[in-house]
Design a binder for this molecule. Sequence first.
Ligand SMILES: NC(=O)C1=CN([C@@H]2O[C@H](COP(=O)(O)OP(=O)(O)OC[C@H]3O[C@@H](n4cnc5c(N)ncnc54)[C@H](OP(=O)(O)O)[C@@H]3O)[C@@H](O)[C@H]2O)C=CC1
Ligand SMILES: O=C(CO)COP(=O)(O)O
Length: 353
Amino acid sequence: MTEDRPKVAVLGGGSFGTALASIAADNGATVRQWLRDDALVDEINRNHRNSRYLPDFAINPAVVASNDMSSVLEGAELVFVAIPSKAFRTVVRQARPWLHDRQILVSTTKGIQEEGFKLMSQILEEETGFSHIGVLSGPNLASEIAEKQLTATVIASDDALTRARVQTALGCDYFRVYASNDRYGVELGGALKNIYAIAAGMAAALGMGENTRSMLMTRALAEMSRFAVALGANPMTFIGLAGVGDLIVTCSSNRSRNYRVGYAMGQGRTLEEAVDALGQVAEGVNTVHLVCAKSREAGIYMPLAEGLYQVLFNDVPARDMARLLMQNEQSSDVEFTLSREDVKHARRLEGNS
Ligand SMILES: NC(=O)C1=CN([C@@H]2O[C@H](COP(=O)(O)OP(=O)(O)OC[C@H]3O[C@@H](n4cnc5c(N)ncnc54)[C@H](OP(=O)(O)O)[C@@H]3O)[C@@H](O)[C@H]2O)C=CC1
Ligand SMILES: O=C(CO)COP(=O)(O)O
């Protein structure tokens, strides 16, 4: 009974768009996927393969690809946008004539727009003015999802209908969907962790130890949540899948593109060489730039992001930066329970005694 099946549209023919389209199809939805590359459209429809972005993955044959936006969006109840942040607004504008306010629009993109420091769901809101808007984010390496390795994600939205519909459309025996109402925190978590994944890749290539990786990830979580909370997110979001969950996988896996960029640089490649060799998007490179600018402007202490910025853009050797960071003032472990100011104060007193 095709009529009863939810109709899902996915905009984007990259690795995540393709994995997501296949999950929805596995779950019984009628799925159409929009991409601009004619040869890939043809390959997905004929061979159920996407050799450019997910070469070893058999796509559910029910996914129908097209480069015609109108036919992809016609009748779609749920629209997922899986387009890198640099092109996100352009593609939403292209789609706009076929979008309507009963549809649920969900961004899966873990990046930030430079102008106005906008997150992708804010772009969806600005471009459409609609109310059913959400963000999907979590430990979701596309290539693992393609293998149906068990994982989970978060649908974040103020709108209960959006949360429930996405849980129904995507939740299945290898993919669980948890709900959140902190859209901003979930979205920032997904964007910020890419920065630290680059640093973790670098540390691994330089032969740094497991303790080092654990310290890096934990201090990254402190830094991410400090930044996000200063901008209005809920700190509790960061103990969830879209916070620490995504941070762990992206900082530990060489399937992560951000990690791979860091790893290649740790092996001596330049940033340009590392990005060129990847051939896919590594959002963290742009994000570190934007986050450092924002944290300087807002006076938010972000030593790891600043350190990475110096390594990526000012040729500071990663080892020297790591040594420098180890000499920073020793501060609070969890600053939501003991403030950095209190630690500073006590150390000043101790210094004077
Ligand atoms: N891959 C992953 O594991 C995960 C990715 N994400 C997020 O999903 C987002 C999308 O990533 P992903 O699918 O992995 O990216 P990829 O780099 O794999 O693919 C990017 C896709 O976007 C398309 N695209 C780029 N620019 C344009 C444009 N101007 N117009 C139309 N299409 C365009 C590309 O088309 P073309 O080939 O024609 O250039 C390609 O289909 C990222 O922000 C990422 O953070 C989230 C979770 C997991
Ligand atoms: O966000 C991801 C996993 O959750 C994918 O990370 P990369 O973009 O670094 O591959």
